[in-house]
Design a protein around this ligand. Structure first.
Ligand code: NIG
Ligand code: FE
Length: 449
């Protein structure tokens, strides 16, 4: 007879509990004992109401230029948080005035700002794993689009899903992002391509932020693709975006994006839509130069867009244009895997002093990725970004690309979004690319995961 696994604490076997978590050395624990242990451990892991002191930090990444290096490192650090904002940062013990706050003893682990993911399409239904497999076997992204797959196939699945189904799957994705240390995420519409469904996608995006301790920034992307019913009259679709979708979506989003590329929207169409968005109060961002030198990066500079995203095919001259116009470059290195194209020239953009940010591009076609830790590792391995630049881009860069100046930074007055790593140095990011190194995630000063 095979012995049943038991909870090492209450002794109940696996048939008597919901499930058992396996620990080191053959130890197991059931969910009831996990809850009891959290109670016994006291305030350490409980929501603190936005007041918290972190002590025993081996290495703190602040991104604050007042501290040394690109990452503003502080060794043997502590952080005091009040009302969800950073109040004090320094070496050694925090001042005695914080003595009454709940304490999270980090026990020699490193702490970084929460990841800011500035580019996702994470509200969708359907599955395109078969397409991904075909691409690995040689089919191009454009071949599959012409064969009726690509964005159109996700649009069909998304239109037939209910808002509740879309929310449920999106919450699963964002829950996992949070577990991996993402505390702010941008969410685009773009798989509805009719007014009703685009509105639903943005509403779902906003509900995510109300349901989970993650800040959500929404972007309208009605110009993601011309839907099949307008294939013979794309002018009418551009008109629909301008006259129906933008007015309906303007109150639900902060930004308007367009996919300005081969097989998507031309520079003229993109400009027309982005200008209509600007008139309605939506600031522009652009999917630019992903599949070809599409003119998107030049348009981003000309319009003074908030960001130009992807940029696999950007030139040095275009990079200079982006920098002069103050446009952030949002790079999505795992999407380059998906399209099987070389990574964007991250190092060149950085050297040209463009603000570089990294994002997952979470979407079912080119990058079904949730972890900014993986994105950072790929940016280092494939796009040639030095690790400290990649970490800055995944935190502070993302915040700047979303115009959230008080994030991605550990300095007095900044929002207290932090990640305690399961490592004593940030250098383990990238180095251990398949392991989730987020031990504790803190949002607005509360430990949330
Ligand atoms: O960012 N470039 C356009 N949009 C997505 C892909 C969307 C899809 O294939 O469903 C991207 O890569
Ligand atoms: Fe994208």
């Amino acid at each position: 007879m095979v012995a049943r696994a038991r909870c090492s604490f209450c002794g109940r076997d696996e048939s008597e509990v919901d499930h058992l978590f396996a620990g080191p050395g053959g130890v197991a624990i059931c969910p009831d004992c996990v809850a009891l242990a959290a109670d016994v451990a006291g305030p350490t892991m409980r929501p603190s109401g936005g007041d918290l002191v972190l002590t025993g930090i081996s290495e703190l990444v602040t991104n604050d230029p007042r501290f040394p290096g690109r990452l503003g490192l502080v060794e043997e650090a502590a952080v005091a948080i009040t009302g969800g904002l950073i109040d004090w940062v320094g070496s050694g013990s925090p001042p005695s005035r914080y003595g009454d706050l709940p304490e999270l003893q980090c026990e020699g682990r490193a702490v970084i700002p929460g990841f800011v993911d500035p580019h996702t399409h994470l509200v969708f239904a359907g599955d395109r794993s078969a397409e991904y497999e075909m691409r690995a076997a040689g089919a191009s992204y454009q071949d599959l689009r012409r064969a009726g797959g690509g964005i159109a196939s996700t649009v069909a699945a998304t239109r037939s899903a209910s808002p509740a189904e879309l929310l449920e799957s999106a919450l699963d994705r964002v829950g996992s992002m949070l577990e991996h240390g993402t505390t702010t995420v941008e969410v685009k519409s773009g798989y509805g391509l009719d007014t009703r469904t685009e509105v639903v996608l943005l509403e779902v995006g906003r509900q995510i932020g109300e349901s989970l301790p993650v800040d959500v920034v929404t972007t309208f992307l009605g110009a993601h693709s011309v839907p099949p019913e307008f294939a013979d009259d794309r002018r009418r679709y551009v008109e629909l975006v301008e006259t129906s979708m933008i007015p309906a979506c303007a109150g639900l989003a902060s930004y308007c994006d367009v996919f300005c590329d081969e097989g998507a929207f031309t520079v003229d169409e993109s400009e027309q839509i982005l200008r209509a968005g600007m008139t309605a109060g939506l600031k522009p961002r652009i999917h630019a130069n992903q599949l070809a030198d599409s003119g998107g990066a030049d348009l981003a500079a000309r319009l003074g867009a908030v960001s130009a995203d992807h940029l696999e095919h950007v030139t040095r001259e275009q990079a200079r244009g982006l920098r002069e116009a103050g446009v952030a470059a949002v790079l999505l290195p795992t999407a380059s895997w998906g399209t099987r194209s070389p990574a964007a020239p991250a190092r060149m953009l950085w050297d040209e002093r463009v603000t570089v940010a990294l994002g997952t591009d979470c979407n079912p076609g080119t990058s079904y990725v949730l972890s900014m830790q993986l994105v950072l590792a790929v940016a280092v391995a494939d796009a040639g970004l030095a690790l400290e630049r990649a970490l800055w881009s995944a935190t502070r860069g993302g915040a700047l690309a979303l115009e959230e100046d008080d994030k991605g930074l550990v300095a007095p007055g900044a929002i207290a979004d932090l990640v305690v790593l399961e490592a004593d140095s940030y250098r383990h990011l990238g180095y251990r690319p398949d392991q989730n190194l987020a031990a504790v995630v803190i949002k607005d000063g509360d430990p949330v995961g």
